[in-house]
Design a protein around this ligand. Structure first.
Ligand code: NAD
Length: 357
């Protein structure tokens, strides 16, 4: 099969880590008989420098015409003083909106060979962590009505959490569909003991669950979930939650796995096309030094193969290769212990490709 992938390298370490992921996908293509055509487009600070716009129309058009999109990271101090709408980060919101991406998936997996990087007690870490948070991305309090007003007690500010049944149903379906590819269980996180929006969330998740009789669903209050993530993270598999709760819990979950350089993410909408990127930023402090960890972006490529292109075996082959490389003790600087030998970004990529064979 032929697949067209739009590629946004972005800024900072973006070009090096994206190149790593492309090389791994090409190697998978050779092994499994697929052809990936990668079309590079500009977005972020580099796009602003070249065109005066951080998200050129041509980039949006190419992404819309692609089977899926791979992104490195955007931003850096060079563009920090630009007005908000010209900043690289504005392009991120713009591309998510243009592609209709309302679900953000963040896997958090603890590789057994990196268990010592987990900040939890060894007896908790050894039970394993392999969960995925499905966060609603385009609704809730981050997009609700907000403002400031004068009251008799002086100035006050407000933000509003609002969710429609339609918004909850579509994110719940993403979680249930994903659960069918994993352990067939979903934990929905809310604050239904206090918030009306959470009560509608809970009702709607359970109503939607009737379409998925093979998937078990349970609820957890967000304060308890924050505690359970450090007390017993192995109980979680697919987690679905609102924009703000997902924002906070996914950072907590990512910390459990050790390094930001290992974690991938996917943003999905109604069709199969998605936007796949590492959770970290453009790391301007190490850009151009060749020492960035490419694993998060390589695993983002694997997620794309599984979730957008339906290539499960191929995705698994990449994840397996990353696991083997880490099990052999090969490390980039961010995950090495003091005194350990380290690999460059391209040496780590070579090692992953060698393990694919
Ligand atoms: P960052 O994630 O870029 O870096 C934080 C720290 O982690 C740095 O010390 C960096 O060197 C290290 N790091 C990150 N990725 C690494 C990797 N793959 N290998 C080894 N070390 C790695 O966060 P920041 O410094 O707060 O942000 C830098 C820029 O990135 C900012 O302009 C920010 O707006 C942008 N950003 C972009 C995205 C995105 O494109 N989705 C996300 C977050 C931040």
């Amino acid at each position: 099969m032929n697949y067209n992938i739009a590629v946004i390298e972005g800024d900072g370490i973006g070009p090096e880590i994206v190149q790593a992921s492309i090389r791994v996908m090409e190697a998978v293509g050779v092994r499994f008989g697929h052809r990936f055509s990668f079309q590079k487009v500009l977005m972020g600070g580099c796009a602003y420098d070249a065109t005066g716009n951080p998200l050129p129309k041509e980039t949006v058009d190419t992404c819309l015409a692609s089977d899926s999109v791979l992104l490195g990271a955007v931003g850096g101090p060079k563009w920090d003083t630009l007005p908000g709408h010209l900043r690289p980060e504005a392009a991120l919101l713009g591309i998510r909106k243009a592609l209709g991406l309302y679900a953000n998936l963040r896997p958090a997996q603890l590789f057994s060979s990196l268990a010592s990087a987990c900040p939890l007690r060894a007896d908790i870490a050894e039970k394993g962590i392999d969960l995925i948070i499905v966060r609603e991305l385009t609704g809730g309090i981050y997009f609700g009505e907000r403002g400031r007003r004068q009251t008799k007690n002086g100035e006050e500010a407000y933000d509003t959490e609002a969710y429609s049944v339609k918004e909850i149903e579509r994110i719940a379906r993403v979680a249930f569909d994903l659960a069918r590819k994993r352990k067939k269980s979903v934990i929905s996180i809310d604050k239904a003991n206090v918030l009306e929006s959470s009560r509608l969330w809970r009702e709607t998740v359970h109503a939607t669950a009737k379409e998925y009789p093979d998937v078990a669903v349970s609820d957890m209050l967000v304060d308890n979930a924050a505690m359970q993530l450090v007390r017993n993270p192995s109980q979680f598999d697919v987690v679905v939650t609102s924009n703000m709760f997902g924002d906070i819990l996914s950072d907590e979950a990512s910390m459990l796995t050790g390094s930001i350089g290992l974690l991938s993410s996917a943003s999905l909408g109604d069709g199969t096309r998605g936007l796949y990127e590492p959770i970290h930023g453009s790391a301007p402090d190490i850009a151009g030094k060749g020492i960035a960890n490419p694993i998060a972006t390589i695993l983002s490529g694997a997620l794309m193969l599984r979730l957008s292109l339906g290539l499960e075996q191929e995705a698994f082959a990449i994840e397996n290769a990353v696991n083997s490389v880490l099990a052999k003790g090969l490390r980039t600087a961010d995950i090495a212990r003091t005194g350990e030998d380290t690999l460059t970004c391209s040496q780590m990529t070579d090692a992953v490709i060698a393990c694919l064979a």
